[in-house]
Design a binder for this molecule. Structure first.
Ligand code: GLC
Length: 545
């Protein structure tokens, strides 16, 4: 086992803590709830759990507005409870990854309270303050992600402060070495408590143009889209100055890596491919000094079609620097769920794709039971994104609804009133029901994960694209002489597989039918949205854990 195996061969599972499991009846998920559900993750077969922010927060952006980086919000629990969670997760063989939010704090964070108190305050420069434009308006045309300008006026000191998101989320000034030092201490605080890594929030935006130039108009903007997209973020995203900071962050987490286990950074980066792979931080000596996993969101953003996805995978493989670990993800707490985007049947094929591609997969909670987006009536909306830009389909509540555990009251999520409504079908559609159903999504996920863990070809093998026509995606995964072929029919009709692609070996796993494992005689025809893994399974193969 090498120190990197857990995040290179393993699988990450994202928990949105408000919605996973409530333990005290207040309707909000919490750390003790997560601890009580660790066995679900073990039986699913994942290796690491990433928990979205759990720190003290006024919850203007549900935890992404942090008022103390080194504590736990009372709605989620306590530091002792956190320590207990780390211990129990580790005892069950699970790693723990936290969310690190470097770009901004809450406006209630003592740093900002101090910073806004006077122009002469020692922490003034910890945030981004600018004089008004000559007309008294914002210093430039930058926009906030959640609506309105990226600047708010502070009457006390007569200046504007920058905020890439809500006005309650002032941006830190990463050009200030004191800010960097303080934020690295935050990383160390959690690393000392035994955390195995961080998912780093909006990493590409942490440094802004020194001259604060206006962003140019976006030539691809279409009327009716989110008005935020009117401008190209030329001067407040992915500036060259971000890279050395990423390398600094990496050195901090590396301080805590040892021969048995390395600590990992996963960057949230919505960037085009060429700019994304720069975050691996390939330096002149050929060493990767950036984040180990720059999140690859292409399966979220790409049209769901075999030829498109084939292109995406090939381009991504070709763009990776030597030694870089690929990664894939189908969804998260900011995007519509995969089962809603592509439909329930196709979501099974997507699961097979995610778990057979080369690279670390990240699963979003609930996708393993095929949860779908839940429409939230206007008077129940929680997400500020929806509140600020209503009716545009931007709100993120639908993909954040409570986990459906069982047919018990409130799906076993809480004994109180859930903070966000449950899907209407939770009585039928839950972990308990699916556990006993050989044809369920959960069973498929468990089987796919078990296969991936057991087969070196899948968790560490090479990737070879195969030609299978426009409606079918095919590839081979190979390790130490073992070769598995994956064939996925994206079409809406049954389709014969080109015979040359089909090895004279059994089907190891089919996405549609739990009993299709059989040897192939005659031509192989895949049902609509059916995928198969063919080859000789290596029964004695090492598992990743
Ligand atoms: C990231 C998070 C999102 C949050 C935003 C601001 O994109 O994933 O949920 O609202 O950053 O912190």
């Amino acid at each position: 086992m090498s120190a990197d195996d857990w995040w290179k061969c393993g699988i990450v599972y994202q928990v949105y803590p408000r919605s996973f499991q409530d333990s005290n009846g207040d309707g909000i998920g919490d750390l003790d709830g997560i601890r009580a559900r660790l066995d679900h993750l073990v039986s699913l077969g994942v290796d690491a759990v990433w928990i979205s922010p759990i720190y003290p927060s006024p919850m203007a952006d549900f935890g992404y507005d942090i008022s103390d980086f080194c504590d736990i919000d009372p709605c989620f629990g306590t530091l002792d409870g956190f320590d207990a969670l780390v211990q129990e997760a580790n005892a069950k063989g699970l790693k723990l990854i936290l969310d690190f939010v470097p770009n901004h704090t809450s406006d209630r964070h003592p740093w900002f309270v101090q910073s806004r108190s006077a122009r002469s305050d020692a922490r003034r420069d910890w945030y981004i303050w600018r004089d008004p434009a000559p007309d008294g308006g914002p210093p430039n045309n930058w926009l906030g992600n959640f609506g309105g300008p990226a600047w708010s006026f502070d009457a006390t000191t007569g200046q504007y402060y920058a905020h890439s998101f809500l006005k309650e989320q002032p941006d830190l000034n990463w050009r200030n070495p004191e800010v960097r030092a303080a934020m690295y201490e935050v990383l160390r605080f959690w690393l000392r408590r035994g955390v195995d890594g961080f998912r780093v929030d909006v990493l590409s935006q942490i440094v802004k143009d020194e001259q604060f130039r206006d962003n140019p108009p976006n030539p691809d903007f279409v009327e009716g889209q989110d008005p935020f997209l009117r401008l190209t973020m030329l001067y407040n995203t992915d500036l060259p100055e971000v890279q050395p900071i990423v390398a600094e962050m990496r050195r901090v987490v590396d301080e805590f890596s040892d021969a048995r286990s390395s600590r990992v950074l996963i960057g949230e980066l919505y960037l085009p491919l060429a700019r994304l792979v720069a975050y691996y931080g390939l330096n002149a000596k050929g060493v990767l000094e950036g984040v180990q996993l720059p999140f690859n969101f292409q399966l979220i953003g790409t049209e769901w079609q075999a030829a498109r996805i084939d292109r995406v995978v090939r381009d991504y493989e070709a763009a990776l620097p030597a030694g870089a670990q690929p990664n894939w993800v189908l969804g998260n707490h900011d995007r519509s769920r995969i089962a809603s985007r592509v439909g329930p049947r196709m979501a099974r094929l997507a699961a097979m794709l995610l778990l057979t591609l080369r690279g670390t997969p990240t699963l979003y909670y609930g996708d393993e039971i095929g949860m779908t987006d839940v429409p939230i009536p206007a008077d129940e909306v929680q997400d500020p994104f929806e509140k600020n830009k209503p009716g545009m389909g931007l709100g993120r509540d639908p993909e954040r609804t409570p986990m459906q555990w069982s047919a018990a009251a409130h799906a076993g999520f809480t004994t109180g009133i859930p903070w966000l409504r449950l899907a209407s079908d939770w009585r039928m559609h839950n972990v308990e029901a699916q556990s006993h159903d050989p044809g369920s999504m959960l069973t498929l996920y468990r089987r796919l994960i078990a296969l991936r863990r057991a087969q070196p070809a899948l968790h560490r093998g090479t990737y070879e694209a195969l030609e299978a026509g426009d409606e079918m995606l095919a590839y081979a995964r190979e390790s130490e002489g073992q070769r598995l072929v994956v064939i996925l029919n994206f079409g809406a009709t049954p389709a014969p597989v080109p015979p040359a692609l089909v090895p004279r070996q059994p089907i190891v796993l089919a996405s549609t039918d739990p009993v299709r494992a059989e040897s192939i005689e005659g031509p192989l025809v895949l049902a609509p949205c059916e995928g198969v893994v063919i080859g000789s399974a290596n029964d004695k193969g090492p598992t990743t854990r």
